[in-house]
Design a protein around this ligand. Structure first.
Ligand code: AHG
Ligand code: MN
Ligand code: MN
Length: 341
């Protein structure tokens, strides 16, 4: 049997890849692994634990009903980050505003983390895959002071690391530091994430499209035409149309398409005119990962990583996946705009 590489060993081996190799980023990644194992434990037992399953009874700042597990996951990650000392502040989907850690050690931290503690929360109660998505930046404000909003509001191209944890049929952690994408599966027997998907690459094209089709008549008609033209017809050389696959947990839909090839679309709709997914907690980290894996992430018109954030909980339309498929969707939409004046 060949020796397994644990996440910890992998992070240590790759530490010198970082421009500022002082070990802090490595420690943050290790802390994320620890917090995610704690959340994975809660997820695995959610059906048995009354304090974990079901609605919290609140809505978050974005008007969405919070689930108990949203809050538990948020608190778990924040607790670990606050104790770590490398991070001076965080912003998360479940908090109204960003949190600057007000203790002397954290104020010395050089990094901030932005995250979606529990993605796909509508799937918690029905035992379907959910996840955590994270994004790490170097702070802009001086060390020794409180983190500022400016630290949080950076373009996606400034990310130093990003990743996600998928609480699926197995628990996986996938991350990038800008040198490719690697995936680790949690071995529950030894409690360690082990390298299972080295150097992940998304197929250049694929046969899966992922969109909430319930929205098809409340979004730009170009989207419907694109779906009908490219996804729901038998294209030349093919035996059948693309397969529609939509879990409703972005992180799970993304992960499947990353491995198999495909396109995920959450467009602007009449109900969500700016799109539904959050730039800082969901789109930027997945855009960084997909680009590192050879794919693309756009709003339909613009590269996601180039967007200058205007607000913390900003939403954008999101097209992500295999390079050729995203290009094809963008070309189609841009042609539409050109034709319609
Ligand atoms: P969250 O649970 O973090 O609020 O994210 C939900 C997101 C995403 O996971 C998913 O792809 C999408 O919302 C589903 O939205 P619809 O139910 O509108 O399709
Ligand atoms: Mn989410
Ligand atoms: Mn969430």
């Amino acid at each position: 049997m060949s020796k397994l590489t644990t996440l910890h060993e992998f992070i240590m081996d790759r530490q010198n890849d970082f421009p500022y190799a002082t070990g802090e980023l490595s420690r943050i990644l290790s802390d994320i692994a620890i917090a995610s194992k704690m959340v994975a434990n809660d997820v695995r037992r959610a059906g048995l634990l009354e304090h974990i399953l079901g609605a919290q009874g609140n809505t978050n700042i974005q008007g969405e009903e919070q689930q108990k597990l949203d809050v538990v996951a948020d608190e778990t990650f924040i607790k670990i980050f606050r104790a770590g000392g490398e991070i001076c502040g965080i912003a998360s989907e479940e908090n109204d505003t960003f949190v600057a850690f007000n203790n002397e050690i954290s104020k010395q931290g050089k990094y901030v983390v932005l995250f979606d503690p529990l993605d796909g929360s509508s799937n918690i109660d029905v035992n379907v895959s959910i996840g955590t998505i994270f994004s790490i930046y170097r702070r802009k404000s001086p060390q020794g002071t409180l983190a500022t909003k400016e630290d949080m509001m950076q373009k996606g191209i400034e990310q130093v690391a990003a990743g996600y944890v998928l609480y699926g049929s197995s628990t996986m952690l996938v991350y990038t530091t800008g040198k490719g994408v690697n995936g680790f599966t949690l071995d529950p027997h030894i409690g360690e994430f082990c390298l299972s998907h080295p150097n992940m690459k998304i197929p250049e094209t694929g046969r899966i499209y992922s969109i909430n089709e319930g929205n098809i008549n409340v979004c730009d008609p170009g989207i419907k035409q694109y779906v009908e033209t490219y996804c729901q017809r038998v294209l030349e050389g093919a035996k059948r149309p693309y397969s529609g696959r939509y879990i409703g947990s972005l992180v799970a839909d993304f992960h499947r398409n990353l491995i198999k090839g495909g396109i995920y679309i959450y467009p602007a709709t009449q109900i969500a005119p700016n799109g539904h997914l959050r730039l800082l907690y969901e789109c930027n980290p997945l855009a960084f990962i997909v680009e590192q894996a050879g794919g693309l992430a756009t709003t339909g018109y613009q590269r996601v990583l180039d967007i200058e954030p205007k607000e913390l909980h900003q939403r954008i339309p999101f097209f992500v996946g295999s390079k050729k498929m995203v290009e094809q969707a963008m070309n189609f939409l841009n042609q539409e705009v050109a034709n319609n004046g």
